[in-house]
Design a protein around this ligand. Structure first.
Ligand code: NAD
Length: 494
């Protein structure tokens, strides 16, 4: 192994070597070459991290801290992130190949997530219940759950971590995070800000390694009480089975096959840009990728011309370069997966309109051309299964009723885009399309204030917004008998 930067794990406020003594390489997708070494954790390290998080949850300054103070710490963390956003963006681009200008934009916005949950930290209150019994005073409170296990994929390592970290800490939990084995470095760099903000040791712990040797023992650990998972549907099934050991509360943010629908009265220029942003942003490696474009037959040729013209000018190349529009895929296996789907699309009778191969001029790295397939219907596997790459399936439609049926004929239910001028139609379709997030005349907009999440194969639970913080709490109901009377009959419930 070359002379690379070497990352250890972060447990109980200390940098620790993996008990295996082993490290693995993390590869820069723009070059296809390794650039750093990551500790290979195992179940011994998992136990150590979970015990530390459990101890901190039950018996520490953190356990005794007021919610307002926790909010102050989160605000400070947001401030530090704002200062270090550009530096962390560099690490994200180096490790997962997303465009530096996109990562800078994202990282500079992400402090807002900490500010939002910092503000909510001391507003997590219960209720006084107007109880239907005499001489009883009843109230509820929302308490933290305990140790949270957070597992994330490689496509937006810090953003997807913060969606879990900020509400989990605001609600008073402790956390053990396992980033993707492909993209651990940015989170390990971020840890210094957690220390600098003043979080006590053991509140945030980071384990690195693989799904079977770290993710699996972590999600089945008896002291883990809450699991927040973002990733693929197959891994999620293992996670849910593991959670049964312990009946931990689980949230799942999984994939999608999201429809982007263009009606005949849409602003076609904007709709074309929305479709391109939806599928080629982040090289299509986005859970909300608008991978199916449904175009009304009356505007089909016109909008296809705009889309194909712009797609043929997309600049694919080095993600560190300011004028690149599409970087590489994050891993070689993801590139091969895209190739597999493209050959399947051809076999299934899809018409390849653009792309469909690795760019000839980029020999190193995991690059793929922006690709467009035309399909007569929604039946092929490439238009039903998540490709997680820059491959758009285009399907024509005739009526509103038909397109709602087509859009909903998927096992996923994460996001949808609607491009339309008729406001009544916009609301009708938004109501009937099965998706946790609907964007009308926009796509891929996010905010800490707006919940995200899906149904079906896209998972359950919500991240973002006020409800996310409730997902990191459990309700306690307290009954107080205010009567001074003697309890007469122990066998009758009051
Ligand atoms: P993945 O499921 O392979 O891996 C995700 C994480 O789970 C990794 O950290 C991995 O090590 C871990 N893991 C794997 N097997 C595990 C197991 N048995 N037990 C516990 N942990 C395990 O997913 P990926 O390929 O890294 O990411 C792509 C997927 O993530 C896509 O399906 C994408 O749609 C989804 N995603 C969803 C969202 C969302 O918010 N809905 C956001 C981004 C990505």
């Amino acid at each position: 192994m070359g002379n690379f930067k070497k990352y250890n794990m972060y447990i109980n406020g200390q940098w620790v070597e993996p008990s295996s003594g082993e490290y693995f390489e993390s590869v820069n997708p723009a070059t296809g070459k390794p650039w750093c070494l990551i500790a290979r954790g195992n179940e011994v390290d998992v136990d150590r991290a979970v015990l530390a998080a459990h101890h901190t949850f039950t018996n520490s300054d953190w356990a005794d801290m007021s919610y307002t103070e926790r909010g102050h710490l989160l605000r400070k963390l947001g401030d530090l992130l704002a200062v270090h956003a550009d530096e962390l963006a560099q690490y994200e681009t180096l490790d997962n190949g997303k465009l530096i200008r996109e990562m800078r934009g994202q990282l500079n916005y992400l402090p807002e997530f900490f500010y939002y949950y910092a503000g909510l930290a001391d507003k997590i209150h219960g209720e006084t219940l107007p109880i239907d019994k005499k001489d009883m005073f009843v109230f509820s409170s929302r308490e933290p759950i305990g140790v949270v296990a957070a597992i994330t994929p490689w496509n937006s390592p810090l953003y997807l971590t913060f969606l879990k970290l900020a509400p989990a800490l605001a609600a008073g939990n402790t956390i053990v995070i396992k980033p993707s084995e492909y993209t651990s470095a940015s989170l390990l760099e971020f840890v210094k800000l957690i220390e600098e903000a003043g979080f006590p040791p053991g509140v945030v712990n980071i384990l690195t390694g693989f799904g079977d040797s770290v993710g699996s023992p972590l999600t089945s650990h008896p002291l883990v009480k809450r699991i927040a998972f973002t990733g693929g549907s197959e891994s999620a099934k293992h996670v849910v089975r593991n959670s049964a050991n312990n009946f931990s509360k689980v949230s799942l943010e999984l994939g999608g096959k999201s429809p982007n629908i263009v009606f005949e009265d849409a602003n076609l220029e904007n709709a074309a840009m929305g479709i391109i942003a939806g599928i080629y942003g982040a090289s299509g490696q986005s859970c909300v990728a608008g991978s199916r474009a449904f175009l009304h037959e009356s505007i089909y040729d016109k909008i296809m011309k705009i889309i194909v013209d712009r797609v043929s000018r997309i600049k694919v190349g080095d993600p560190m370069s300011q004028d690149t529009e599409m970087g590489p895929l994050a891993t070689l296996s993801q590139l091969e997966n895209v190739e597999k789907y493209v050959s399947l699309g051809k076999q299934e009778g899809g018409r390849l309109i653009h792309g469909g191969k690795r760019p000839e001029y980029l020999t190193d790295g995991f690059y793929y051309e922006p690709t467009i397939f035309e399909h007569p219907d929604n039946e092929s596997r490439i238009s039903r299964e998540e490709v997680f790459g820059p491959v758009l399936s285009v399907i024509p439609f005739k009526t509103e009723e038909e397109v709602i049926k087509l859009a909903n004929s998927t096992d996923y239910g994460l996001a949808a885009g609607i491009w339309v001028s008729d406001i009544a139609k916009a609301h009708r379709v938004a109501k009937r399309v099965r998706a946790g997030i609907v964007w009308i005349n926009t796509y891929r907009s996010v905010s800490p204030i707006a919940p995200i999440g899906g149904s079906g194969l896209s998972g359950y639970g919500r991240e973002g917004g006020i409800e996310a913080i409730y997902e990191y709490t459990q309700t306690k109901t307290v009954w107080v008998n205010t009567s001074s009377e003697k309890i007469q009959d122990p066998f009758i419930m009051r």
